[in-house]
Design a protein. Structure first.
Length: 313
């Protein structure tokens, strides 16, 4: 019987992050399941060794790749022809080492069962489809700067002749998973954000960041709504896609795990609980921008069954 834990954006290319992951308990999670919602590393060898470490700590590991995972860079091990080839290589790797990238049903400690359903995804840029994009403009947005500093624009390579947008391509891969016929509660997970409301911090998020910073001996943030973001950069251009939310609701999901934005959320919207619990970068942790990490000791967050002492925001 298992508990379900979740984390994303562990970025083990950074030595501090890799050490944090290695130091997670070898005994506390032996019967439990981990949802890892993308952004581990763009090195296939390091991805393999990290997933094996996690598989040894947890009973099961469920993984969906993020944007960093499908980067194609010449100095990395092996050269993938493009990011879709890299994505396929990652799924094949996961299959070989018994990491789950397809739906599984898990018996839980409260004598119930729950389905864990991955949703492959990408972000929809406003120039591609303004209706599906999570983009919203703001007055001091610097569009060219946003494009220039976004690393995917240099490190993701897409094949010529792709007949759809990248986000549509990944959404189509979920067709075999999308169903309303799951007879147990459904938890879905993606790397990218499913709703525009989740980009901006709520009042509860601002208070939680203040509390996290207080624990670190830091003052409250100036410009709390930016939560440390670079002035002029518009993350919403690269945040996610509305099709993710459509698909999770087709599955009648009651809880959705996501990552990507390096800002943590735990929020109820129209009967679905949305959770992001990102490890993020060392600087972000030092600045207390990732609320909840202190409570969970930089380790995964238990999301199911819902802890009694952890109310849903």
């Amino acid at each position: 019987m298992s508990r379900i834990f979740a984390i994303s954006d562990i970025h083990v290319d950074y030595s501090q992050n890799l050490e944090i992951v290695k130091n997670w308990s070898d005994s506390d999670y032996k019967n439990d399941v981990l949802i890892l919602a993308g952004d581990v590393t763009d090195s296939l060898e390091l991805l393999k060794s990290t997933l094996i470490i996690l598989r040894e700590k947890f009973s099961k590991v469920c993984f969906v790749p993020g944007n960093h995972d499908v980067w194609v860079r010449k100095h990395r091990d092996g050269i993938s022809s493009n990011s879709l080839t890299k994505f396929a290589q990652i799924l094949n790797l996961c299959q070989r080492i018994n990491v789950y990238t397809k739906p599984i049903c898990v018996p839980c400690i409260n004598d119930s069962k729950v389905w864990l359903i991955p949703l492959y995804s990408w972000y929809t840029q406003p120039e591609e489809d303004l209706v599906e994009s999570l983009y919203y403009p703001f007055s001091n947005e610097k569009k060219e700067m946003s494009r220039e500093i976004w690393s995917d624009n240099y490190n993701c390579k897409w094949p010529d002749g792709l007949l759809t947008t990248v986000s549509e391509h990944f959404a189509d891969l979920n067709d075999e998973f999308i169903s309303s016929d799951y007879h147990e509660p459904v938890i879905t997970y993606s790397h990218f954000l499913p709703r525009q409301e989740l980009i901006r911090s709520s009042g509860d998020d601002d208070l939680a960041v203040d509390a996290e910073r207080e624990l670190l001996g830091l003052p409250k943030l100036d410009y709390a709504k930016r939560q440390g973001a670079l002035a002029g950069f518009n993350f919403s251009r690269y945040a996610g896609s509305k099709c993710i939310d459509k698909q999770l609701r087709q599955c009648k999901s009651i809880l959705h795990v996501f990552g990507h934005q390096h800002r943590n959320r735990d929020r109820m919207i129209k009967d679905v609980r949305y959770i992001s619990h990102c490890l993020g970068y060392n600087r972000e942790r030092q600045e207390g921008l990732l609320w909840g990490l202190h409570k969970w000791k930089n380790a995964p967050k238990m999301i199911w069954p819902v802890p009694v002492e952890q109310p849903i925001k």
